[in-house]
Design a protein around this ligand. Structure first.
Ligand SMILES: [Fe+2]
Length: 445
C-alpha cells in the first residue's frame, strides 16, 4: 500500500467554479493509496488522521453491495436539484435563453398529471408547496434545458415577466376537470420543442435539516416517497460505515458520537451508520468546489456505482495537491471534501454510446452538521404539521393566499407552545422549550 505525504498545498481559489482537466494534476491514482497534507506540527514525522486528505481502496464493495446501493438510490438523481457552484461554469450554462424555471415546470407537470400525493393528503396546497420548496433554494434555471418561446408569448400580447402567473391564475380559475388539458395546452403552445440540456443530474437521499422556509427536520423527498426502495441501500451503507471505522477510527468516532445525539431515524440506515445524507450524482461533471454542510471533524465517504463500467475520464481532481483519482464501481474513497477543492475531468462514454446512454453514479455519504439542531422524529413532524395547519387556517391573523405558514420567531410564541402541548404532550414541550410557560396572559397583553 502506498502512502504519500504532500510537500505543498497549492492555492487554487481561482479555480473554484471551473472545470478540471489534465493540466490540474500530475499524479493519477488507480490503486490503493493513503494521501496526506503536509505535516505542520514540528517534530512529528508520521502523518495522522488530522492530515488525511483521502484513503482510496479498490474493489471494497461486493457485487451484491453495489447492487443494493444501485437499486436503492439510482432514482434519487433527478435533473432538479441545485448544485450551485458545482454545476459548471456560468458562461457555459446560461447564454441568455428564456429558461422555464424548475418551479414552473413542476407546476405544469402537477396540473397535467392532475393528482396529488402527499403525507398530508388534500389539506395541502401543492402549488404553494412547489413554490415554497423552490423559494428555499436556488435551482439552476437551465437544470432541464427547457425554454419558453418568448416571441410567441409577446406576440399574443402577454408580458413575458408576468406571463406564467397570469396563465396559472387562468388555469386555476377553471373547474378542476378542465385544468389538466389547459396546463397541457400551455406547455405545448409556449414551450419550445428544442431543449438546451446541460443537465445536472443530482439529488439527495436520506435526511435533511431545517431551512428557514422548511423549518423542520425531515426525510428528503426521494426517501419519503420511495421508502421501500431507498431501504435497499442499507447493506451498502453498513459496509461503508465499517470500512470508515476501520480506516479512520478517530474521525469515525467523532462522527459516530455526533450521530448518536440524533434520533436514529435521521441516520441513513439507522443506528448502524454515522451518516445522515447521501448526495447522488449521475454522469455529473462537477466543477471545482468544496462541499458544505458536513461535519467538519468527520469525513465524506464516496463511491461510484454503475451499470456500465466502460467509461473513461470523470477523474476526481484535487488541484491543491495536483492529484486525480480514477474511482471505478465498487471502489471506496474516504475523502476530506470539506476542506479540499475538488472537481471532475470530462466524462467520456464508451465508444458508440452517448453520455445520456451511460451511467456513472457517484454517492457521497456524510453527516450534516445542522442535523444536530433537530429534536426527535415526532417533534420535527409536529413542527411540519403545525406549519401546514397554519398555512391552511384562513382565520389565522397572518393568513393570506399562498401563505407558506411560516412567520418570524414563530417557534418562540405561545401559539406553537400550546399546539405542541396539545399534540405532543407536556413532556415534549418541557423537553424542547424548557424556558417557556404556556400563558394566556402573554397573549392577552
Ligand atoms: Fe463535492
Amino acid at each position: 500500500m502506498k502512502t504519500i505525504v504532500a510537500k505543498f498545498k497549492h492555492n487554487c481559489e481561482d479555480k473554484l467554479g471551473k472545470y478540471m482537466d489534465e493540466s490540474d494534476y500530475d499524479l493519477l491514482v488507480e490503486d490503493d493509496m493513503d494521501f496526506y497534507a503536509p505535516i505542520t506540527e514540528i517534530g512529528r514525522a508520521q502523518p495522522s488522521e488530522k492530515e488525511c486528505i483521502f484513503m482510496f481502496r479498490k474493489n471494497r464493495f461486493t457485487v451484491e453491495e453495489q447492487a443494493s446501493a444501485y437499486e436503492g438510490l439510482v432514482n434519487a438523481a433527478q435533473p432538479t436539484q441545485n448544485r450551485g457552484l458545482a454545476a459548471g461554469p456560468k458562461g457555459e450554462r446560461q447564454g441568455g435563453r428564456n429558461w422555464c424555471d424548475e418551479s414552473q415546470i413542476e407546476i405544469m407537470e402537477y396540473l397535467i398529471k392532475g393528482e396529488q400525493t402527499s403525507l398530508f393528503g388534500r389539506i395541502e396546497d401543492p402549488i404553494a408547496e412547489i413554490k415554497k420548496r423552490h423559494a428555499s433554494y436556488e435551482v439552476p434555471k437551465d437544470a432541464r434545458g427547457i425554454v419558453w418561446i418568448k416571441s410567441k408569448i409577446e406576440q399574443e400580447g402577454y408580458d413575458y415577466e408576468t406571463f406564467f402567473e397570469t396563465k396559472l391564475e387562468e388555469i386555476l380559475a377553471l373547474p378542476e376537470y378542465k385544468q389538466s388539458a389547459a396546463a397541457k395546452d400551455l406547455f405545448e403552445k409556449y414551450v419550445s420543442n428544442t431543449t438546451y440540456a446541460n443537465q445536472v443530474l443530482s439529488g439527495i437521499a436520506g435526511f435533511f435539516d431545517r431551512y428557514p422556509r422548511i423549518p423542520w427536520g425531515r426525510a428528503t423527498s426521494y426517501t419519503e416517497h420511495h421508502r421501500e426502495t431507498y431501504e435497499k441501500c442499507y447493506p451498502f451503507m453498513r459496509k461503508l460505515s465499517s470500512e470508515f471505522q476501520r480506516l479512520l477510527p478517530e474521525r469515525f468516532n467523532v462522527q459516530n458520537e455526533a450521530a448518536a445525539k440524533l434520533d436514529p431515524r435521521f441516520r441513513v440506515a439507522g443506528e448502524d451508520t454515522p451518516f445522515t445524507t447521501v448526495t447522488v450524482n449521475k454522469n455529473f461533471r462537477t466543477s471545482a468546489h468544496r462541499d458544505a454542510g458536513d461535519l467538519h471533524a468527520g469525513f465524506s465517504n464516496l463511491s461510484v456505482i454503475a451499470k456500465d463500467k466502460e467509461w473513461e475520464g470523470g477523474y476526481l481532481v484535487l488541484p491543491e495537491y495536483r492529484v486525480a483519482i480514477n474511482i471505478r464501481p465498487g471502489d471506496l474513497l474516504l475523502i476530506n471534501n470539506h476542506d479540499g477543492i475538488h472537481g471532475n475531468t470530462e466524462l467520456v462514454p464508451p465508444e458508440g454510446k452517448a453520455l445520456e446512454d451511460m451511467e456513472r453514479i457517484s454517492l457521497v455519504c456524510y453527516f450534516r452538521e445542522k442535523m444536530l439542531e433537530l429534536g426527535s422524529w415526532e417533534y420535527e413532524s409536529l413542527r411540519r404539521k403545525f406549519v401546514y395547519e397554519r398555512s391552511k387556517d384562513c382565520t389565522h391573523p397572518l393568513y393570506r393566499p399562498l401563505w407558506n405558514g411560516v412567520s418570524p420567531s414563530m417557534w418562540d410564541k405561545n401559539e406553537w407552545f400550546s399546539y405542541l402541548e396539545k399534540t405532543g404532550g407536556k413532556d415534549m414541550l418541557d423537553r424542547y422549550h424548557p424556558q417557556k410557560e404556556v400563558s394566556t396572559l402573554d397573549e392577552f397583553f
